[in-house]
Design a protein around this ligand. Structure first.
Ligand code: NAD
Length: 354
């Protein structure tokens, strides 16, 4: 066996990328052979939702503006009912991972094609993974029916994403690529995309924090988000995503900020078990070390670095360590309960990764 040993499967999904490309919305809906599109958005982005409805004119079947975090089952069922009621033949999801997640929940039971228009860097639009929350427990699954058939990436729609959210959302995207580089089923195509995605985000995020209206930096960041989302959709994730899923699901911590705080510590944990991946991450961010380099990227641009500052309690550290180590899963360095507890304590306190 050589070092090159992999399975790579290309999957078709249409991506339309460019500033002002929301103008192609009608063409893209027509491409899906759709005549009645249900538009989905969050209550905070209702103006954006209305813009989409207006653009679609007679092809808009309705607007559902109630998308929220973690896709509660009741909400998914309500949205599915409305899709049936208005006789929708496609859903246009405009927004972040929460809104796209709602679109996926509809597609799961109806086969309705989804056109995604992402406005954050979370990457859900490029994955077949869905999550639905019932009685406080979020269950995730993988099904290619939920994967959006087409995606419009228009950097102009991200100009309104506040700089602080842009930064943490961008580091959330970097986390997908970082874990993709040391995935058990990594392949050279995804690793190229991962390294390029991290580089695009590492150079554009500081520019966005300095100047949120910089459309070139916005385009660069969204390009990075597409690449990192593609990696998330194609190879397996490990310790970092497991920890963040636990922290988000069991302690209700905010998604992108949690990813931002935890990632440098996970990279330090995996440092010697995945040296090639670390070298590529470090090169992409222009640092000597992946873990300390990412910590510096977050801290120097004003991102939170301590879980205690985003709502976690000291007593939750032990609980989180227990939950996250209860079931075995693959990670380049084996999961050691005491070391994970120490990692979480460092992330809780906000100290630099060791
Ligand atoms: P989000 O979708 O919850 O959005 C956060 C807030 O930002 C919302 O109020 C939203 O309306 C607002 N917002 C989004 N874009 C904006 C813009 N351009 N301007 C102004 N406001 C804007 O946050 P997220 O981080 O994008 O997504 C997180 C969720 O997505 C989590 O539930 C996570 O589990 C899920 N997710 C799933 C996958 C997957 O593959 N299934 C991948 C990534 C994330």
């Amino acid at each position: 066996m050589t070092k090159l040993d992999f399975v790579y499967e290309a999957r078709a999904s249409r991506v339309v990328f460019g500033a002002g490309h929301l103008a192609h919305l009608e063409r893209e809906v027509l491409n899906l052979r759709s005549e009645r599109a249900l538009v989905l958005c969050s209550p905070e982005q209702v103006e954006m939702g209305k813009r989409i409805v207006e653009r679609l004119g007679g092809r808009a079947a309705g607007l559902f503006d109630q998308a929220t975090m973690h896709v509660p089952l009741e909400l998914a069922e309500q949205a599915r009912g409305i899709a049936r009621e208005v006789n929708a033949d496609c859903a246009v999801a405009v927004g972040g991972g929460s809104t796209i997640g709602l679109g996926k929940a509809i597609a799961l039971t109806s086969d309705l094609p989804i056109l995604a228009i992402p406005t954050t860097y979370a990457g859900s639009e490029m994955t077949p993974v869905y999550g639905i929350t019932q009685a406080g427990i979020k269950r995730t699954g993988k099904d290619f029916r939920v994967m959006p058939k087409a995606v419009i990436y228009d950097p102009e729609l991200t100009l309104s994403l506040p700089p602080a959210m842009s930064l943490t959302s961008g580091i959330n995207a970097i986390a997908h690529a970082a874990e993709g580089l040391y995935a058990q089923d990594a392949n050279p195509v995804m690793s190229l995309m991962a390294q390029e995605g991290i580089a695009a985000l590492a150079r554009s995020l500081p520019a966005i924090v300095r100047s949120p209206a910089d459309i070139e930096a916005r385009a660069d960041a969204l390009y990075g988000a597409w690449l990192c989302g593609t990696v998330l959709g194609n190879v397996g994730m490990a310790l970092h995503h497991k920890l963040c899923h636990t922290l988000g699901g069991s302690f209700n911590l905010p998604h992108a900020q949690t990813h931002t705080i935890v990632l440098p510590h996970v990279l330090a944990y995996n440092r010697y078990a995945a040296p090639q991946a670390m070298e590529r991450i470090a090169r992409a961010i222009g640092a000597h070390d992946a873990a300390t380099g990412l910590y510096a990227l977050a801290q120097s641009n004003g991102a939170p670095v301590a879980l205690k500052h985003i709502g976690m309690k000291q007593e939750d550290v032990e609980k989180a360590a227990q939950i996250a180590t209860a079931n075995p899963y693959w990670n380049p360095r084996p999961i050691d309960r005491d070391a994970i507890r120490a990692l979480l304590q460092d992330a809780f306190d906000g100290v630099a990764p060791r």
